[in-house]
Design a protein around this ligand. Structure first.
Ligand code: NAG
Ligand code: NAG
Ligand code: NAG
Ligand code: NAG
Length: 187
């Protein structure tokens, strides 16, 4: 089938525009991650780029504000998944060591509390109350270290959540770092 030239032009324009916005979004991700890892040594540039690139929403981000909101949502999705995973561990494993079980219970508690914290953080973010948003994101970072540190109270205990807690730590640190950049540019 031969397309009429006007619709062919239209199709080409759409393709070109999506290609260009993809290129721009990629540049935005790389620049932002470079700045994040420079401002906070806890953030790995590679981790940052990979986590944004694995979320399709990032490919349409037009500016730092949009990318910041996406980073909070990526973090929330990750924490929700971790919480479900811990509940699964608690349910499935009938021979859990009592201390490990206690730690997992504590993790569920701190991570469940983040559900409302994320809601407030997003509300603050959208209203450009970046200083308030900073406080909420910091408490989400704390949740990941509280969960992980629980297992360290006994020498024999090995945390089954180390990777997930590290991911939460870095993802929320990235969101926090972007919020801090926005605080500084708003001044
Ligand atoms: C990254 O930092 C540079 C230098 O401070 C700044 O010019 C640039 O706008 C920043 N980029 C983003 C996406 O924040
Ligand atoms: C990096 O992580 C450590 C350990 O949690 C923390 O004490 C420190 O404040 C973090 N650095 C920054 C710049 O946030
Ligand atoms: C959570 O984040 C890590 C690091 O980006 C990623 O490897 C993992 O797949 C994410 N999990 C979910 C459910 O998104
Ligand atoms: C159940 O938990 C114990 C530690 O409390 C662990 O050694 C074991 O591998 C777990 N089993 C399963 C099926 O995850």
């Amino acid at each position: 089938m031969i397309l009429p030239s006007s619709s062919l032009l239209f199709t080409l324009t759409i393709l070109l525009c999506s290609f260009l916005s993809f290129v721009c979004a990629n540049r935005l991700i790389q620049q932002t991650c470079k700045n994040c890892s420079k401002n906070d040594p806890n953030i790995s540039y590679k981790f940052c780029v990979t986590s944004f690139q694995s979320d399709h929403r990032s490919h349409y981000a037009k500016n730092l504000q949009e990318l910041g909101l996406i980073s909070i949502k990526i973090t929330r999705h990750n924490v929700t998944d971790t919480n479900a995973h811990i509940n699964e561990l608690l349910k499935k494993n009938k021979s859990l060591d009592p201390f490990i079980k206690e730690c997992l219970d504590d993790c569920v508690e701190v991570y469940s509390d983040t559900i409302s914290t994320f809601r407030e953080a997003i509300r603050d973010y959208k209203a450009k109350r970046y200083a308030d948003c900073n406080v909420k994101l910091s408490s989400i970072i704390d949740a990941s270290t509280t969960c992980e540190d629980g297992f360290k109270q006994k020498n024999y205990a090995i945390s089954p959540l180390t990777k997930r807690n590290k991911d939460t730590f870095q993802l929320s640190a990235i969101a926090l770092s972007i919020v801090n950049m926005l605080i500084n540019t708003d001044k």
